[in-house]
Design a protein around this ligand. Structure first.
Ligand SMILES: C[S@@+](CC[C@H](N)C(=O)[O-])C[C@H]1O[C@@H](n2cnc3c(N)ncnc32)[C@H](O)[C@@H]1O
Length: 161
């Protein structure tokens, strides 16, 4: 599974504007995540959470975001660059990322952790939806990536201090 995720990540980081290639990569990621988590895109009835700041979409809808391939590709590339920049400009380790709104797979960072060392990077996880947050923690654990996890917050990112 790690190998599949790694190949998908490499594909998505390097395939420029090739939509077919992006689709292949996100489909692979989705297959990996759904082999580890009960959350899929098929549950039409799971609940959104309505916050004063707006709607936090349900686990199933959040899972669907992964399949929006251009969005996923662009965010993954940006986060990859940001982590590389922080690692190259700061001596302090580990650098620390707060992932607000992980959804069920922490899809925008999970594939990037594979080649890193937990001594280099800590990820604090936050989501307002307990099903999504638990799913993300399980996926990272099953992939052997829980060494990267710092704090886990079931919290509203718009008010969290
Ligand atoms: C659009 S989904 C994206 C999921 C994932 N980051 C991805 O890109 O695949 C947004 C996620 O953020 C969570 N969320 C939305 N508003 C939030 C808030 N104010 N505080 C914490 N989590 C929030 C939702 O519960 C949902 O899991």
């Amino acid at each position: 599974m790690i190998d599949a995720l790694k190949q998908a990540r490499n594909l998505i980081l390097h395939c420029h504007n090739d939509i077919a290639c992006m689709k292949q990569a996100v489909d692979t990621m989705y297959r990996v995540y759904t082999s580890l988590s009960p959350v899929t895109i098929t549950d039409q009835n799971d609940a959104n959470i309505y916050l004063p700041s707006g709607k936090a979409i349900s686990p199933s809808q959040a899972a669907h975001c992964l399949l929006e391939m251009k969005r996923t590709a662009i965010f993954l590339r940006g986060i990859h660059q940001a982590i590389a920049h922080q690692l190259s400009t700061h001596a302090h380790r580990p650098i620390r990322v707060l992932y607000a709104g992980t959804g069920p797979y922490a899809a925008l960072i999970t594939p990037l952790l594979i080649d890193l060392n937990p001594r280099e990077l800590t990820v604090d996880l936050m989501d307002i939806n307990p099903v999504s947050l638990q799913s993300t923690a399980d996926v990272l654990m099953k992939l052997g990536l829980s060494g990267f996890v710092g704090e886990v917050h079931l919290a509203d990112a718009s008010t969290y201090k």
